[in-house]
Design a protein around this ligand. Structure first.
Ligand code: PMP
Length: 359
């Protein structure tokens, strides 16, 4: 290992060591604990999805379909895009890793807003490329003027997380289109729409429409959030065949299990019911945001299944206070806390702490 690689390797290990899975510790008084730290869907699986996964599990002695043919066909029918423009992977985060592996290396730059999805700096670092992080605006939105200024001849990829994790706002149609107009056509723009189904703002571009007009756009989506399959790890990418082909080449063979493929196909078949649950979470989101604002919190507009509280140096203390109520949330030390919209009783426990904090 060269000294440079060694330093990078150590830094990666440090990142991994700092990661603490957000499981709330069991309570000694026997009261339930809740997990609002990973933007998961609080609903249990629908019976049809569980049955499809269970049936698929009976074939565990066999490798899954490496080409994910049936799932790709189901996605193709659902979105009206050819199979050649689709890739599925072990969660959308794997697709991002594969894409970066295929497109960037040492000396290249990847531009994205910060703060944004925690996986971005790690994924970039693993390729040897350099992250160029552009601070969000004061209202937690992408600063596209600054992002435009950050693009150099070394920029190969730009990541746009919309809506943005962990802050919540969605990128508006006009700002995204204006930005794409100024991005050089040889720079790939990854539009990460992990929370797309939770968006209710109408002035937005749909990634599926966007990629058709812009060959340098790749859209990432996931079954983890709205569809409630976080534990099975299925994501998909929509883009032009050349980009999608590069991702497929880098994918691990048999990366998406047979159970995951079956559950994703079954989820598309009952999508209407799953999206009704998303509607209910959006209603709950409005309740939580309304209660926080009424208590004096300055909460950015959330188009996701979580809310963001800027807490600066109080971040860890606040997260610990919520944890003491049996609810785990995700602290970003020195910055803020991200809280998933979960079961209403869990949201109420969190709101209780948030209200008391303001008094
Ligand atoms: N993108 C964003 C913005 C996310 O928040 C997440 C999950 N937290 C992902 C991608 C990855 O989702 P998955 O790998 O579960 O599909």
């Amino acid at each position: 290992m060269t000294p440079d690689n060694e330093v990078r390797f150590r830094a990666c290990l440090d990142d991994v060591a700092a990661y603490k899975p957000g499981r709330p510790p069991a309570r000694t008084d026997g009261r339930p604990t809740y997990k609002l730290s990973s933007n998961e869907n609080p609903y249990p699986p629908l019976p049809g999805v569980l049955a499809a996964a269970t049936e698929a599990a009976a074939q565990m002695n066999r490798y899954p379909d490496m080409g994910c043919v049936e799932l790709l066909e189901a996605l193709s029918a659902r979105f009206g895009v050819p199979v050649s423009d689709l890739a599925v992977g072990t969660g959308s985060v794997a697709l991002l890793y594969h894409l970066l592996q295929a497109t960037v290396s040492e000396g290249d730059e990847v531009v994205y807003a910060w703060r944004s999805f925690e996986a971005y700096p790690i994924a970039v670092q693993l390729t040897g490329a350099t992250s160029v992080q552009v601070p969000l605006t004061a209202d937690a939105r992408h600063d596209f003027k600054a992002m435009e200024a950050a693009i150099t001849e070394r920029t190969k990829v730009v990541l746009v997380c919309t809506p943005n994790n962990p802050t919540g706002p969605v990128v508006r149609r006009n700002e995204l289109l204006a930005f794409l107009d100024v991005v050089p056509s040889n720079v790939l723009v990854v539009v990460d729409e992990a929370y797309r189904e939770f968006v209710r703002e109408t002035e937005v571009v749909d990634g599926v429409e966007l990629y058709r007009e812009r060959p340098n756009v790749l859209v990432l989506r996931t079954f983890s959030k709205a569809y409630g399959l976080a534990g099975f790890r299925v994501g998909y990418a929509i883009g032009h065949p050349e980009v999608v082909g590069a991702i497929r080449k880098c994918a691990l063979p048999f990366g998406v299990s047979y159970v995951a493929q079956a559950a994703a196909i079954a989820s598309l078949a009952v999508e209407e019911e799953l999206l009704e649950r998303v509607d209910a979470l959006v209603v709950e989101r409005a309740r939580v945001v309304g209660a926080l604002r009424a208590a004096g919190w300055d909460v950015p507009e959330s188009e996701t299944n979580f809310v963001w509280l800027e807490l600066g140096d109080d971040t860890v203390k606040f997260a610990e206070a919520v944890q003491a109520e049996g609810v785990s949330v995700r602290p970003f030390p020195g910055d803020g806390v991200r809280v998933t919209i979960g079961e209403s009783e869990a949201n109420d426990l969190f709101l209780g702490v948030a209200r008391a904090w303001r008094q």
